[in-house]
Design a protein. Sequence first.
Length: 260
Amino acid sequence: YQRRVHGTAPHPTTRHRITSHSPHVAAAATECKTLTLFPAVIRIVLTLGNFLNKGAYGIEGAKGFKMSDLLKLKELKTSDKTSTLLEYLVEFIVQDRPHLAHFSAEMKTVHAAKKLNISDITASLNGLGNALTLMNNQLKTNSQLEGDRLHEIFGPFHEEAARKLLELRETVRRVDDNLQSAGKFFAESPFNAAAFFGTLSQFCTDFDAEVKKRCREPAVMAKDDRRHDLTDDPPAVAVVKMPTGMLNRVPEQESTDDWD
């Protein structure tokens, strides 16, 4: 019986993933709704997109875009293939909005939050729940057999496992509620939290790497000391086309008229 108990006991990996990562996910879900610098950055991206798509039927004048499209900025190249839209974005921000250059500093939890996939965790918990249901049915059946010790040995284990499973499900429910709230805030539907925070994490990494690269090139930094106002048309330094997927709306809480 002892071998059967050990063989039936759930692996601690699922519980560890939930208890270790859920605080980071919950913090990230709250944090992303209170950011002050990142919304200004994505408004600049939106303005650049609308400028580049000016005159394009059906996509000019977009009110927002999907967060996943932030990663496409690194793929959009100039006509001579020597630069990307991400590089231009960094150059513009460093020169004209330097206080936004380190926006990732206020996004401390996104890197850890991407490690918890709610869908996978829910599937794992459902699997454990089904196993416990089968065990409970077997215990009820064997309890009627004279001399059978299955219920005596497995009964306490089943009760403890069921209690822990209930606690984990409640933790996941609270985290998922926070995540769905963040998804509505950014108008992301359907909302995949792991993909969302993964995108933000990668964008922060790519942006910071480009900032560091540019800071090592003082000659490039001093090459053009002009100042541009994004309420007017940005300088057309690149001939590129923005992705047609950038059509989702930005949070209504953020005004596009209030430029920093």
